[in-house]
Design a binder for this molecule. Structure first.
Ligand code: NDP
Length: 436
């Protein structure tokens, strides 16, 4: 805390990891002497820059942009770009730190980074978004590269924004390289990248349930968010025979006791991606559903499974207790650090199946890693091949968590397993490099 004043999210993320790592390091002198944890918890660099753009009325607007390059011990920095008014240096440092462990867990050669801006894309015209993205890339381009740092999308940054940024990168450098992932299929993108995070989270949940002889079929699921991760998690739950009861956005949540079917999910995708509307509009379209406003969160709705897929700290200790009281047996995080530290402790103490985001939402960055490979080889894999690779990678992450998180008596601490497996890979690479 003393080292990072005013950065609560970053301190929280480091604290959560440190709890497990201290125990793992124990008397392993090599990690102590090399100060590995302290080194991973200090980003390689944080670049902060001005992003100046002109709105449709001709006003000059000034935003702040960042790229946090946390660690490149096992591969080029890799992590998304977030455009949201809540973005601060603390939020991006926490995300870049988490990303380092997550990327290591995938088994692919990727370091950890994250970037973004406090720009609010809501209510902006397409031209305003384009001008902002171009201005953002006009500075960012000098810090990234296919073998240096490869950003992707995140909250507020989807295929459209990646297109505007890739176009500007290409215009400035004249290089057509795999410098961003999440690209369109016509210009170097990978099949299933859009679906990968949500689908991957559900595959992870399925792996956890299978380890206990259970299944998603016939179970009810409560999901928060209504963006990329939430809608694809919902889709996969439905495909596997589960029933999705809720979705949300920053204004509140909708509860549909009849279940949010594939047709309804398609309607939500159109609402969010094309019409840029609010989730409250769902209840006008689908009778029987209710909207709970004022920023309400869905964790009070009784369910078997919960998938927080919106943002950080959206599920606190009280809400974790409510989920348990209502019979929830499995939680897989689609978002990054959606459960606060109290909530994490409550899930762990109850010994339910609880997957932290760095394990369960790694499917997105894993397919981004596969996009990088396809770009380097100048080829593209088929959808079925990628689906299989995604399933394999999620199974691999699950197994690595079991290896380091098995507590005896059949209980697996997935948080601990993910933290230790990710740490060990990065730490061993750092040791090999000496003091740098
Ligand atoms: P989107 O922008 O597509 O969707 C975000 C959703 O979360 C929206 O419904 C949004 O509502 C809601 N939301 C955002 N901020 C808040 C907030 N402060 N309070 C309440 N709701 C909020 O983003 P993604 O689906 O891509 O990302 C969601 C989460 O998943 C993030 O934590 C992200 O870091 C993580 N993630 C994403 C990956 C990906 O591949 N996209 C990969 C791994 C993790 P509203 O529209 O009202 O803002």
């Amino acid at each position: 805390k003393r080292r990072n004043p005013g950065q609560p999210e970053f301190v929280q993320a480091v604290q959560e990891v440190a709890e497990d790592i201290f125990e793992f390091i124990g008397d392993k002198v090599k990690y102590h002497e090399a100060q590995i944890l302290r080194r991973i918890a200090e980003p390689d660099r944080v670049v902060s820059f001005r992003v100046c753009w002109e709105d449709d009325k001709g006003n000059i607007r000034v935003q702040r942009g960042w790229r946090v390059q946390n660690n490149n011990a096992i591969g080029p920095y890799k992590g998304g770009i977030r455009f949201h008014p809540s973005v601060t240096e603390s939020v991006l440092k926490f995300l870049a730190f988490e990303q380092t462990f997550k990327n290591a867990l995938t088994g692919l050669p990727m370091g950890g980074g994250k970037g973004g801006s406090n720009f609010n894309p809501k209510g902006k015209s397409v031209n305003e978004i384009m001008r902002f993205c171009q201005s953002f890339m006009t500075e960012l381009y000098r810090h990234i590269g296919a073998d240096v740092d490869v950003p992707a999308g995140d909250i507020g940054v989807g295929g459209r924004e990646i297109g505007f940024m890739f176009g500007q990168y290409k215009r400035i450098t004249n290089h057509f390289t795999g410098v961003l992932t999440g690209k369109g299929l016509e210009w170097g993108g990978s099949l299933i990248r859009t679906e990968a995070t949500g689908y991957g989270a559900v595959y992870f949940l399925q792996n956890m349930l299978t380890s206990k002889g259970m299944d998603i079929a016939g179970k009810t699921a409560v999901i928060s968010g209504s963006g990329n991760v939430a809608t694809h998690a919902a889709e996969k739950i439905v495909q596997l025979g589960g029933k999705v009861l809720t979705l949300s956005d920053s204004e509140g949540f909708i509860h549909d006791p009849d279940g949010i079917t594939q047709d309804k999910i398609n309607w939500v995708k159109d609402l969010k991606n094309v019409r840029r509307g609010r989730i409250s509009e769902y209840v006008k379209e689908f009778k029987g559903a209710s909207f709970h406003g004022g920023g309400a969160r869905p964790w009070g709705v009784a369910c078997d499974l919960a998938l927080p897929c919106a943002t950080q700290n959206e599920l606190n200790g009280e809400e974790a207790k409510t989920l348990l009281k209502n019979g929830c047996i499995g939680v897989a995080e689609g978002a990054n650090m959606p459960t606060d530290l109290d909530g994490v402790h409550i899930f762990k103490a109850a010994k339910i199946l609880y997957a932290p985001g760095k394990a369960s939402n790694a499917g997105g960055v894993a397919v981004s890693g596969l996009e990088m490979s396809q770009n380097s080889a100048r080829m593209s894999w088929k959808e079925e091949e990628l689906q299989e690779m995604l399933k394999d990678i999620m199974r691999g992450i699950h197994d690595r968590c079991l290896e380091y998180g098995g507590q005896g008596g059949g209980y697996t601490d997935y948080v601990k397993g993910a933290n230790i497996a990710g740490f060990k890979k990065v730490a061993d690479a750092m040791l090999a490099f000496g003091v740098v």
